[in-house]
Ligand binder design. Sequence first.
Ligand SMILES: CC(=O)[C@@H](O)[C@H](O)COP(=O)(O)O
Length: 258
Amino acid sequence: MNNKNDKLIIGKHEFNSRFILGSGKYSVDLINAAANNAGAEIVTLAVRRANSNGNNNIIEHIPDNVTLLPNTSGARNAEEAVRIARLARELGCGDMIKIEIMHDSKYLLPDNYETIKATEILTKEGFTVLPYMYPDLNVARDLVKAGAAAIMPLGAPIGSNKGLCTKDFIKILISEIDLPIIVDAGIGCPSQACEAMEMGASAVMANTAIATSGDIPMMAEAFKKAIEAGRLAYLSGLGRVLDKGASASSPLTGFIAD
Ligand SMILES: CC(=O)[C@@H](O)[C@H](O)COP(=O)(O)O
């Protein structure tokens, strides 16, 4: 496949980059540099931050060629998420919305059932809905029925940098669900993002790993390259793994001493 034709398609939107950058933990001054080095075409933002007045409004720091993906962070149930999504649209943030519904303040785990309800309502109102969820196949199927445009399973708790703790369950979603699977939350370093892509994830979203690194723009670039490498490896088809023994890479005949 020609790489240029390898688009990430989310509803009616098309993207070349498969890296979604979270903006929640950067200072506004760093967002522009991070977005440029990441090559990201989608940057998420909490509607709460988009709504702030004055020169600290985050929207002003996001490059013009980048699509905003507002999220419903702060919502504790479907009703609150729907209200935040409508506000985002009124603020001019477009029709894409990432649903985040949490009421567990210790682990910040998403409420899958309220997420299905919000997805159903918002897709009927014409939103392109990307639900953040705990990776459960039955819930993912319900989200497909509810009209989701992509599914965003967590790799590990938000902000933990623990990596692909839910790997086996994400693999099930990748094999069974006919929508882009975007691994979100907990991805702690570029190699984990690369592994998610090698598994066949359609994209990766990260924030904390970059925000807590020593050099934010450089780490954003490292993620970009890792995600591109993982995608190429997936498209190439990974080599097989032997159950046991070894298989010589060089000929075992014709030695000089033969
Ligand atoms: C659901 C949520 O809030 C995450 O998308 C977060 O924005 C990114 O998670 P990390 O900060 O762990 O990368």
